[in-house]
Design a protein around this ligand. Structure first.
Ligand code: HEM
Length: 370
């Protein structure tokens, strides 16, 4: 007979409930991955500024009448992107760019519902450990914040003379998406992994932690490449315009602006960080495989493969001058690289840390007995 995870059971039920919550969170992770892909495709097809309204409820429905299409197109014709970049766009062209942004926003609403409704239901049935509840509430609020950040990002593209969104908002939006994704994945793994499994050697844990940091910094740097459309220039590899360090690398003043506003420097930094990440990950893989077991070993393999694929995709995206398909794949695989890094790190968590993790104390059983 299948186990009803919502009923208080004296034994085994705690694990079953934990598994049910973990599976729900993994489904949310899958939905966020799709969202990351949709976000990349929206940006790379120039669709991101096609909806000029923030209408969380009304915007759920697409335009249903010709008059509504005309109204939305008239709004789009007011922004600089239309006048400076797309003055020849007609209503049919507008309909084409509209759909991706619409689906991106709709999928965001669906993720919100897929998080909120099971959360309320599982909470009401007592299936969510008391100590897990604040974390889930914070994750839900961060999801709402991500919607708000998305709107500020879009609105940053409506300023006079602006034909695209601000790279700063784009990086905040991308980073928050990956923080949310990573936190939900980590929580699901913490619920799934039995506390009795051994952790890995501290030196390997530190090396994998360094890989996680490098992956994160490379992703943020990639956000600036995307935000500045820096992939549309210097389309050679490994040299940039015949040089290792491109001309004009440090031209902007104050110097920090080169990190976020200088196209040559931003692209060079991303290449350099990606190379440092790949070398560190492959070194850690070669050194750590004999030392890691179970999830950690699988995570290390996945990390090595994902980084190699991502590096190749990055070079291909650059050489082909950022076609939407390759650019979108590069964005999705970035999230997979992060997933693999978190998997490996989680697999190396020491037993002591897991034993003291509130998600691994026997909260369900104590509640069940009370
Ligand atoms: C560990 C390896 C790498 C990671 C984690 C990574 C991650 C990212 C991320 C998150 C972005 C922003 C999102 C997007 O794709 O639009 C990005 C953009 C980009 N990356 Fe990478 N990247 C890596 C390696 C590379 C390499 C080796 C190259 C080329 C030499 C490269 C070239 C690019 C380009 C051209 C863009 C802009 C694409 C666009 O405008 O959509 N990346 N990268």
């Amino acid at each position: 007979m299948p186990l009803d995870v919502t009923q208080p059971h004296p034994a085994g039920a705690a694990d079953a409930r934990r598994r049910a919550v973990a599976i729900w969170l993994l489904v949310i992770c899958g939905m966020i991955l799709v969202m990351i892909g949709l976000g990349g495709a929206t940006r790379l097809t120039g669709s991101g500024l096609s909806i000029m309204e923030w209408a969380p409820l009304r915007g759920t429905l697409p335009p249903l009448t010709e008059a509504e299409w005309q109204r939305l197109f008239a709004l789009y014709r007011q922004i600089p992107q239309y006048t400076l970049l797309n003055p020849d766009l007609d209503l049919d062209g507008f309909r084409r760019i509209f759909w991706l942004e619409y689906v991106h926003r709709l999928w965001g609403r669906l993720i919100g519902l897929a998080f909120l409704l099971p959360l309320l239901w599982l909470w009401w049935r007592g299936a969510i450990d008391k100590r897990l509840r604040p974390r889930l509430l914070v994750l839900f609020m961060l999801g709402g914040l991500q919607g708000g950040v998305g709107w500020f990002m879009v609105a940053s593209g409506f300023f006079p003379d602006s034909i695209a969104v601000s790279q700063y908002w784009l990086v905040v939006h991308l980073t928050l998406a990956l923080v949310l994704y990573g936190a939900i994945l980590w929580t699901a793994l913490s619920l799934l992994r039995p506390a009795s499994l051994p952790g890995g050697p501290p030196a390997l844990r530190r090396a994998v932690f360094a890989c996680c940091v490098l992956v994160t910094v490379t992703i943020v740097a990639g956000g600036f490449v995307a935000g500045l459309k820096a992939g549309l220039t210097y389309n050679t590899f490994p040299l940039m315009d015949g040089r290792i360090v491109p001309d004009g690398y440090g031209d902007l003043r104050p110097a920090w602006r080169n990190l976020t506003e200088n196209i040559a420097a931003v692209q060079f930094n991303h290449r350099l960080l990606a190379t440092a990440t790949a070398v560190t990950v492959l070194g850690t893989l070669a050194w750590g495989l004999t030392r890691a077991r179970g999830l950690a070993k699988a995570g290390l393999w996945a990390l090595g493969i994902a980084v190699a694929v991502q590096y190749g995709l990055g070079v291909a995206t650059l050489l082909a001058v950022v076609p939407p398909l390759l650019g979108t794949a590069h964005q999705i695989v970035a999230a997979l690289v992060l997933s693999a890094a978190l998997l490996a790190l989680h697999g190396l968590r020491p037993t002591a840390a897991l034993a003291h993790d509130p998600l691994h104390e026997d909260g369900f059983r104590q509640e069940g007995r009370a």
